[in-house]
Design a protein around this ligand. Structure first.
Ligand SMILES: *Cc1c(COP(=O)(O)O)cnc(C)c1O
Length: 457
């Protein structure tokens, strides 16, 4: 193994890091459907969106023609703190599985936030600062996004207000304290600090909160205060754009050794890491230059691509955000508790939804016990303790590698390892104690929440 030509870790030099993000929409013949203004039902204009989002980010959100967008120097500098991230050849895992498949993973957990979310957080904080804003508001579920945003805001000296889903606020005090250490204000959601929060609390006093609800609160907080805007860690086009540094780096590293992946796999919550990882590969697919099998992996408990409906839906419980056409389980869908907090969103990025609808990517869902089995197997041989979210991708990658073992095919598999799981030890504890259960929503539950989709088109 030691004299294999391909090293364990393929690093890029600093000067080989991407200087532009890649906007995959520019190469899509059929574009994702536009965001709609919930008040008028018409496509959102830059003007509509600029009350909620930073100006430059609105431009990026609506730009479906510019293929490459320059990464400002300040952001490139910040990226150098934790990028390029390593592309690792999973020699140990391959050996353990006894598979002829060649497995690579792009590891995004090498920063304090512990995930890929910092790639977009720093970009969003930069544009907020450049616009002269005082601060930003956001929601966080499991806490990775809030942590990343706190780091980015402290770097640019911006006020950072985080609405944290109540159950996570209580169960993940360590993430909360990391955010506070970076200077963020963290409020458990729903809270009585916003109108929408008070309304939800009046209706569901015992609620544990949800992402959709925390989004509504954060948007209200941003739009009712001078000098603030709302920022979001996934789902939006701009977030997928920033996350393309993952795919661009991965592709540059593989190209150095003339490696072409056959299968590319990523976990999908709102779709940002997967969208970022696959972007340059999908670009080649769209332009007819190459072909790849691409697999989105979601939890069986929140299966928006595999069991959802492709339709316009609300992005938040309070129904104040623009409407987005996406694969969705309905904005009122409350996923049963599971340990992959970052994968519990009811919808999916409109870019990924459209790619999926066009048959350019596939999707699969996995149950959480099987996910933790894969996480444990991976941790024991590859040394990294993966986040539960990331472990969905590991599960699917191992499944594909085991298929290769049966057929003898030497496929090359690339997957995204989005982060580390140090703040998820209760989940690992439940797994180690054999107390983990697999929740799968019934068809009736899904149908019930789909029945409440807004009537459009
Ligand atoms: C947030 C998160 C995800 C899921 O979000 P996407 O936008 O779908 O990428 C996956 N893994 C980790 C570690 C996360 O923090």
């Amino acid at each position: 193994m030691a004299n294999e030509k391909i090293p364990y870790k393929i690093y890029l030099d600093e000067n080989e890091m991407p200087k532009q993000w890649y906007n995959v929409r520019a190469d899509m013949k059929k574009k994702p459907a536009p965001l709609l203004n919930p008040a008028t039902g018409k496509p959102c204009t830059a003007e509509d969106l600029s009350h909620v989002f930073c100006e430059e980010l609105v431009k990026q959100e609506l730009d479906e023609t510019t293929p490459y967008i320059d990464i400002p120097d300040e952001i490139q500098d910040f990226y150098k703190m934790f990028r390029p991230s390593p592309l690792i050849r999973a020699y140990f895992l391959e050996k353990k599985l006894g598979t002829p498949a060649k497995i690579y993973y792009k590891f995004e957990g090498n920063n304090t936030s512990g995930s890929h979310k910092l790639n977009s957080a720093i970009a969003q904080a930069y544009y907020a600062k450049k616009q002269g804003l005082k601060g930003v508001t956001t929601e966080t579920g499991a806490g990775q996004w809030g942590t990343a945003l706190s780091m980015a805001c402290s770097y640019f000296d911006l006020d950072c207000n985080v609405y944290m889903v109540k159950v996570s606020y209580e169960q993940k005090p360590f993430r909360r304290e990391v955010m506070r250490t970076y200077g963020a204000n963290v409020t458990p959601s729903p809270s009585n600090t916003t109108e929408v929060g008070r309304k939800i609390l009046a209706e569901f006093p015992d609620t544990n909160g949800s992402l959709g609800c925390a989004i509504s609160e954060a948007v209200e907080a941003a739009t009712s205060k001078e000098g603030y805007r709302y920022v979001l860690g996934s789902v939006l086009n701009q977030v997928l754009l920033h996350q393309t540094v993952i795919g661009l780096e991965a592709k540059a590293a593989l190209d150095k050794y003339n490696v072409k992946p056959d299968i590319i796999i990523g976990c999908a919550g709102g779709g940002s890491n997967l969208g970022g990882l696959i972007a340059p590969f999908v670009g080649e697919k769209l332009r007819g230059e190459a072909d790849y099998r691409i697999i989105a992996v979601e939890p069986a408990s929140c299966p928006s691509l595999t069991r959802g409906t492709y339709a316009y839906d609300y992005c938040d419980t309070g129904k104040i955000c623009p409407l987005q056409k996406m694969y969705t389980l309905g904005s009122g869908f409350m996923p049963s508790p599971n340990h992959a907090g970052g994968l519990r969103y009811h919808g999916m990025s409109s870019i990924l939804s459209e790619l999926y609808d066009q048959g350019l990517i596939e999707a699969t869902s996995v149950e959480q016990t099987a996910v933790f089995e894969a996480a444990e197997q991976f941790a024991r041989v590859e040394g990294i303790l993966p986040a539960p979210e990331s472990s969905h991708a590991i599960r699917a990658a191992i499944n594909e590698a085991l298929k290769c073992k049966e057929t003898g095919e030497e496929k090359t598999i690339l997957f995204g390892l989005t982060g580390t799981g140090y703040f998820d030890m209760y989940a690992y504890g439940a797994f180690n104690d054999g107390k983990m259960s697999d929740y799968i929503p019934t068809d009736e539950e899904i149908a019930k929440s789909i029945a409440n989709l807004p009537k459009i088109g």
